[in-house]
Design a binder for this molecule. Structure first.
Ligand code: AMP
Ligand code: GLY
Length: 423
């Protein structure tokens, strides 16, 4: 069958890489893609939010399956756009409906969903400019550090964790009254700080059945030792070594099952990924966020460990037959290290030639922000390349990635040398 992947990052290159391995995939398209996807698929110069152009591309190329990478088009309702179109309604689209995507699109909605379905999460209240003063009083009832979350999508920047009470009050006012994150912070969720170690759990659901995919831990801060600004992610490992059987049982019973049942009870069409961000506090899991897509760079360590044909898995998702699939997981650990442009997550330059990719042997190079310019592969984003390796444990896998990274070079290339340092 012909398949389209929407997106242009490392996550989408990983999807394309796995789908291209499937004997069931005839023609693979990626929109808009990057220099890596161009090697294994046809890149189509269409923005992920241009639904009319996507429709035209799907019809022209007789595409039967669309895999949505990022959250934007999901929150904007691409599932409903397909479902409501007579010519697209039979195309299998992997991703939730607009109502389902609100679990990521609105932090307040996610909290209400968790409360309604008894899913463990931090205590919270939400506020708008109208009740700013109540918000400040609420902060006084909490202990430092203070967690402020812009309700809407804010490109991963909408969460502030602040030690000082007065600074927290000022930031609350900046968010609510001075649009610090634009429309996204017109509502702010203030929640209790949870002290523990983070992990991510990925679930694929067809709306009735679900499969729990391998866990992962990502490293979001730009600096060594988890310091400095937040990024999209500087590296990841899978599985999270501390996610033992007893913790996973709690996560399934207290979080995954109530989440899937909650979607069913609320009659939400959901055929796609649920990415659950968790903090483990004294061996008890709490949800800090839902995402309605796979993670990036978590995809680069989770998907290579799935041995099933991804096209079979997605078809079962779209046709509500996931119960007939048994997951086969590679027991090796995976690690990925992200090479980024100097300056990221603040200003950086594009267009730097990337040297050495052809020398990488026993790691997989997933392109994130790359493009081809005059026949040369160049940087085209903050996060440029993810180097993934599989081995007996995450330390060995990391060693492989770091050894292979020595073959790669671009001007002002930066990466963290301490992924996994805390484990
Ligand atoms: P989010 O965008 O919701 O994933 O939040 C970004 C980061 O803020 C998370 O990865 C956590 O490190 C941190 N965080 C979010 N909520 C909390 C919380 N309630 N307690 C402690 N840390 C949190
Ligand atoms: N790496 C975090 C995310 O994809 O949201």
């Amino acid at each position: 069958m012909n398949i389209l992947v929407l997106g242009s990052g490392g996550r989408e290159h990983t999807f394309a890489y796995k789908i291209a391995e499937s004997p069931r995939c005839e023609n693979l398209f990626v929109a808009p893609g990057n220099a890596g996807t161009a090697l294994i698929a046809e890149n189509v110069a269409i923005s992920v939010n241009d639904f009319r152009a996507i429709k035209q591309c799907v019809l022209e190329n007789k595409i039967e399956m669309v895999v949505v990478g990022p959250e934007g088009p999901l929150v904007n309702g691409i599932y409903n756009y397909f479902a409501d179109s007579s010519s697209l309604k039979d195309v299998m689209l992997i991703g939730p409906s607009k109502k389902g995507a609100l679990l990521e699109g609105s932090k307040e909605r996610a909290k209400e969903f968790m409360m309604a379905h008894g899913i463990p999460t931090a205590a919270y209240e939400s506020f708008t400019a109208e009740n700013l003063d109540e918000g400040k009083s609420f902060l006084e009832t909490l202990q430092s550090p203070y967690v402020l979350k812009a309700d809407g999508l804010a490109a991963g920047k909408g969460v502030l964790i602040i030690n000082d009470l007065n600074e927290a009050k000022t930031e609350l006012e900046n968010m609510l009254s001075h649009s610090k994150f634009g429309e996204a912070s017109s509502t702010v969720v203030i929640e209790e700080f949870l002290d523990g170690i983070e992990l991510s759990v990925f679930v694929l659901t067809d709306g009735q059945n679900y499969k729990i995919l391998p866990t992962a831990k990502d490293y979001k801060r730009i600096g060594e030792g988890d310091t400095g600004l937040n990024t999209g992610g500087m590296g990841a490992i899978s599985p999270a070594p501390f996610a033992d059987e007893s913790l996973m049982r709690k996560i399934e019973d207290q979080i995954v099952i109530p989440t899937i049942n909650g979607l069913k009870e609320e009659q939400i069409d959901y055929k796609g990924f649920v990415f659950i961000g968790l903090i483990k506090v004294d061996n008890e899991p709490f949800v800090i966020e839902y995402n309605v897509r796979m993670g990036d760079p978590e995809s680069e360590v989770v998907l290579p460990r799935i041995k099933n044909d991804l096209v079979d898995l997605f078809e079962a998702t779209a046709t509500q037959k996931l119960d007939g699939i048994s997951l086969e997981i590679d027991q090796r650990a995976a690690a990925t290290v992200m090479l980024v442009s100097g300056g990221y997550p603040e200003a950086y330059d594009n267009g730097k030639e990337i040297i050495g990719i052809e020398h990488i042997g026993d790691s997989i190079v997933f392109h994130a922000g790359t493009a081809v310019k005059d026949g040369v592969t160049v940087t085209n984003g903050g996060r440029v390349i993810a180097v993934t390796s599989l081995d007996t444990d995450f330390k060995q896998a990391l060693k492989k990635s770091y050894r292979n990274i020595e073959e790669l070079y671009f001007d002002k290339m930066y990466y963290r040398t301490d992924i996994g340092f805390d484990l």
